[in-house]
Design a protein around this ligand. Structure first.
Ligand SMILES: NC(=O)c1ccc[n+]([C@@H]2O[C@H](COP(=O)([O-])OP(=O)(O)OC[C@H]3O[C@@H](n4cnc5c(N)ncnc54)[C@H](OP(=O)(O)O)[C@@H]3O)[C@@H](O)[C@H]2O)c1
Length: 289
């Protein structure tokens, strides 16, 4: 672990990969004290005041080098590499490329990882817990963590959990809301636990960490575990959508799916390091009142 505040963030050049993604957009919207740039791939960005965007396929080494030469970032927060798109083999290649380039160029590198690197049988998970992924996405993210750590030991790897939004429905909540209109059977697991974190809260914490030189692994999830059934009901209630009979509780056990069950992350160490409070669902709701 490193120390706080190695350099002032005021106007520091910050590059966010996945600049049109869910977390990337929020990071760029909140990065007021940085000179912020986001990468774009296939999706067009919403315009954000004072933010520049560069189109770059992060799988292409030459494009990445040109991007870094042009932007000359002092800090990179690497959010691209989610479970969307299905190209899991690219996730670790891109993470490795960025880790190596940032090490060579002395750029602070923050890599986003996931609770899905665990198998869900030994919660709560600490930063020291050993990854044991059981699905292709978790495997790709665990490989990425290893590459990032070995190619750039000064990097910070942040493991987070389910990201949610309160102002408009996030991806998973949108699917659930859509299910209330279709009548198609939809199961929410009572035996799958996550520590959801409000995307704006995560962005604030990451931007605080960007100003430090903490290295290694940090957990950054919400303070309260929820099972997916409880969570789904809560999000429907938040957006004023009535529960419909086709949405029912179920278990991973009775489904044919291979999913980690209990991915509770213990983010106590991170909370002790940063000023940004990790907010519960109720505390997050109060922020938007
Ligand atoms: N969302 C969650 O609940 C959650 C939970 C745990 C961890 N995480 C982690 O948090 C991070 C952010 O997740 P998110 O939900 O914000 O992701 P997201 O919305 O799916 O955004 C991912 C972004 O990466 C971009 N991207 C993909 N391939 C690319 C490439 N070859 N070159 C350049 N850009 C590329 C995508 O651009 P295009 O769409 O234009 O291709 C997209 O903008 C990820 O690392 C994820 O593993 C997320």
């Amino acid at each position: 672990m490193g120390n706080r505040l190695q350099f002032s963030a005021m106007n520091a050049r910050l590059l966010i990969t996945g600049g049109a993604g869910f977390l990337g957009t929020h990071l760029l919207q909140q990065a007021h004290s940085f000179t912020a740039t986001g990468t774009l791939h296939r999706t067009a960005a919403t315009s954000i005041p004072d933010v520049a965007f560069h189109v770059c396929d992060l799988e292409q080494t030459q494009e990445v080098k040109i991007l870094l030469d042009r932007v000359r970032p002092e800090i990179i927060i690497h959010t691209a590499g989610s479970d969307q798109g299905g190209n899991f083999s690219a996730i670790s290649r891109v993470a490795g490329l960025l880790a190596m380039q940032s090490a060579e160029r002395y750029i602070r590198f923050i890599h986003l990882s996931t609770d899905q690197v665990f198998d869900g049988t030994a919660a709560p998970y600490l930063e020291t817990s050993t990854p044991r992924p059981i699905n292709p996405y978790g495997t790709a993210k665990a490989q990425s963590e290893n590459l990032v750590h070995s190619l750039n030991p000064q990097a910070l790897i942040v493991r987070t959990s389910l990201l949610y939004d309160l102002r408009s429905p996030d991806r998973q909540t949108s699917q659930l809301i859509h299910a209330t209109t279709t009548g198609v059977p939809y199961r929410l697991f009572t035996d799958e636990f996550r520590c959801p974190i409000w995307v704006e809260n995560l962005a604030e914490a990451l931007l605080e960490l960007a100003e430090t030189n903490y290295a290694g692994i940090l957990n950054l999830g919400g303070p309260q575990p929820f099972n997916r059934w409880e969570w789904g009901l809560q999000m429907l209630q938040h957006f004023g959508i009535p529960l419909t009979p086709n949405i029912q509780p179920g278990t991973i056990e009775e489904s044919a799916l291979i999913r980690p069950k209990n991915l509770t992350l213990d983010s106590t160490s991170t909370q002790q390091l940063i000023h940004t409070p990790l907010l519960s669902f109720t505390e997050s709701c109060k922020k938007i009142e």
